[in-house]
Design a protein around this ligand. Structure first.
Ligand code: GLY
Ligand code: MN
Ligand code: MN
Length: 434
């Protein structure tokens, strides 16, 4: 790990100390206990799903898989880390890395599951209803404080942006391996395995379930299976796959036309790359993300018209809801320790900023600020369920071309962008293409 990253992490922790102290004082709190979380076993079983440390905890501690642990923050004092590390011959006991951040914490390795003692007016963050915290006289998940902490989290420090950039760099190696597997006629499972190998991670560590959609599966927005055998024909592949680095998530999508795709589909993939690039250029301090989402629809209308899929005007395609049928999801979302990061649907003062009724899937409704990191992920899909209602109307849609593209499923191109006062800082290395 580079000394530069350690230096950035140290600054990140100094700023967290200062900002949390101010927030605790603002909320008249003497201490705040943040729970790491733990995995819950399936009903009547001793097996549990994969676990990832909660975001509030990882904001401070770069360990993505610690459980039953606590962080206690008190204004102007060293943070206390109660790290669960039982003597255990079934598992490898938790060990601290030899990294400088460890020295910033007052660390206790706990052989039992402890509940930290809290001083004075206290609050707890976490889903702790089943823990023996009831003995603690503390507020549980106070909304006003959590909104303020989320607001703090949506603006990334230089350390966090460095981590997101590194997560992207490693994920890109996975995307290159997935593309190579597709060229080699692999099926979905083998493409997924190639991705995991290329991005050096096991499946339980991915920040969200990777989407490896061949053919019409590319049009299932959160397609959740991996067919074990390759299809006979290869129209398309959509890979939406990520990677964590010190807890921070990459969320990258690429779509490829296969040898059996109509030429139009390959042209549309190129057009969506161009659309993504045009939208990325607009990512800067002050950009209204709802307006940028609406711009995506206008430009999608242009693409539908330019490729003869819609034989009216692009304005009509937007006004009649045609572009929404071809792209039912939002332009993007905030990205950080959670793939759909916190505070995207709140105003800076914590009041709700819900998605507009026309665009209910939009997860970010804010004006962009320096330090935010967002995804830009325009899509164009051929989803029978969404197209069916349009077939009932006399809209100038070129159904012959649409039906040609149906076996290709759809296209999504997704990059991760840091917002700066000078414009976009694209964290997704542009070497992965087309
Ligand atoms: N991979 C989930 C998303 O793009 O939002
Ligand atoms: Mn995304
Ligand atoms: Mn994605």
């Amino acid at each position: 790990m580079s000394t530069q990253l350690y230096r950035l992490q140290q600054e990140h922790l100094i700023h967290l100390q200062r900002d949390y102290a101010a927030l605790l004082e603002e909320h008249h709190l003497d201490s705040l206990a943040i729970y790491s979380g733990h995995a819950n076993a399936y009903f009547a079983d001793d097996q549990a799903p994969a676990f990832q440390t909660y975001g509030h905890f990882m904001h401070w501690v770069p360990l993505a898989d610690v459980q039953h642990s606590w962080l206690v923050i008190r204004p102007h004092q060293r943070p206390q880390l109660y790290l669960y590390a039982p003597a255990d011959f079934w598992h490898l006991p938790t060990r601290l890395p030899e990294e400088p951040w460890v020295d910033e914490f007052d660390i206790r390795l706990c052989s039992d599951k402890v509940t930290p003692a809290l001083e004075g007016n206290a609050a707890i963050i976490g889903d702790v209803a089943q823990l023996p915290t009831s003995s603690l006289n503390a507020q549980l998940n106070p909304t006003a404080l959590i909104n303020r902490l989320d607001e703090r989290r949506i603006i990334k420090s230089a350390y966090e942006i460095a981590c997101l950039r590194e997560a992207n760099r490693i994920a890109v190696a996975g995307h290159e391996a997935a593309q190579a597997a597709f060229l080699g006629a692999s099926g979905e499972l083998d493409i997924q395995l190639a991705y995991l190998a290329g991005s050096r991670q096991r499946e339980s560590a991915v920040p969200y379930q990777n989407i490896m959609g061949l053919n019409d599966h590319a049009g299932v927005l959160h397609y959740q299976h991996y067919d074990t055998t390759p299809p006979r024909q290869r129209f398309s592949l959509l890979v939406d796959a990520g990677r964590r680095f010190r807890g921070y998530c990459a969320d990258i999508t690429r779509t490829y036309a296969g040898p059996d795709a109509p030429a139009l589909f390959g042209e549309l993939v190129g057009a969506l790359h161009g659309l993504k690039d045009e939208l990325v250029k607009e990512v800067t301090t002050g950009t209204d993300f709802i307006a940028l989402h609406e711009q995506m629809h206008q430009r999608l209308g242009n693409i539908l018209v330019a490729h003869d899929l819609f034989r009216g005007s692009s304005e009509q395609a937007v006004a009649e809801g045609v572009t929404r049928a071809f792209c039912p999801h939002g332009l993007g979302h905030s990205l950080g320790l959670q793939v759909h990061d916190v505070a995207g649907l709140r105003h800076p003062d914590g009041t709700p900023a819900p998605a507009p009724s026309k665009h209910p899937a939009l997860r970010l409704t804010r004006r962009l600020e320096q330090g935010m990191v967002v995804t830009i992920e325009p899509g164009l899909y051929f989803i029978p369920m969404l197209l069916a209602p349009l077939r009932q109307h006399s809209l100038p849609i070129n159904w012959t071309l649409v039906d040609h593209c149906l076996p290709c499923g759809g296209i999504r191109i997704e990059d991760n962008i840091a917002v700066t006062d000078q414009g976009p800082d694209n964290l997704t290395p542009l070497t992965i293409f087309k």
